[in-house]
Design a protein around this ligand. Structure first.
Ligand code: GAR
Length: 210
């Protein structure tokens, strides 16, 4: 099974979806470490309850991004992880760190990338009058919320939706998308080819239905 480190900063509901997926028989990945840059992240409790090793490394204890990322890298390597999953990890990673995990680090973002990168995706999708938004799991590149797309799910924006309403609806899609994407990557079925992901298994949907 592919050994995975999950990086979080908060609630960890996507982490929970990965924990649950990894607990299903035959799932091709296992979580060996959950790392948070915040000691009070609730996701750390979720990991501990699942018997997974955890570590909190505060970015504030390091003089610059490079040294913080070097500490992250050392922990991930020490845990034996082969893949990094960003799950609500709200720190931009340095190009040097991203290069070390090229095609071995994936992220989930709550929009249909390349639209609405960065913060406040839901507010901006509503303000733009979009009828649909969604979520994206992608391989990580140095630019924020950028990289080859592994899986997406579309979610409708309904009249009168608040950002919280939309966030809750998109989150349900996230919890389906991330395990699906992790499975494809762990099985070696998501191949980066010219910065586009080809799904090797024709039975696997490129866009999961809601
Ligand atoms: C999720 O909606 C995730 O897509 C988003 O943060 C939330 C974390 O929730 N990530 C980003 O915005 C990254 N750019 P969670 O802690 O409950 O998984």
């Amino acid at each position: 099974r592919l050994k995975v480190a999950v990086l979080i900063s908060g609630r960890g509901s996507n982490l929970q979806s990965l924990i649950d997926a990894c607990a299903t028989p035959g799932f091709p990945a296992e979580i060996v470490l959950v790392l948070s840059n915040k000691a009070d992240a609730y996701g750390l409790v979720r990991a501990q309850e699942a018997g997974i090793a955890t570590k909190a490394i505060s970015h504030k204890a390091y003089p610059d991004r490079e040294s913080f990322d070097a500490a992250l890298h050392d922990e991930i390597v020490a845990a034996g992880a082969q893949l990094v999953c960003l799950a609500g990890f709200m720190r931009l990673l340095t190009p040097g760190f991203v290069a070390k995990w090229h095609d071995r680090m994936i992220n989930i973002h709550p929009s249909l990338l390349p639209a609405f990168k960065g913060l406040h995706s839901h507010e901006r999708a509503i303000a733009a009058g979009c009828r649909f938004t969604g979520c994206t799991v992608h391989f990580v590149r140095a630019e924020m919320d950028d990289g080859p797309i592994i899986a997406q799910a579309a979610v409708p924006i309904l009249p009168g939706d608040s950002a919280d309403d939309l966030s809750a609806r998109v989150l349900m899609a996230e919890h389906r998308c991330y395990p699906l994407a992790l499975r494809l990557v762990a099985e070696g079925k998501a191949m980066v080819d010219g910065e586009i992901v080809r799904i090797a298994d024709s039975a696997a949907p490129q866009e999961p239905l809601l």
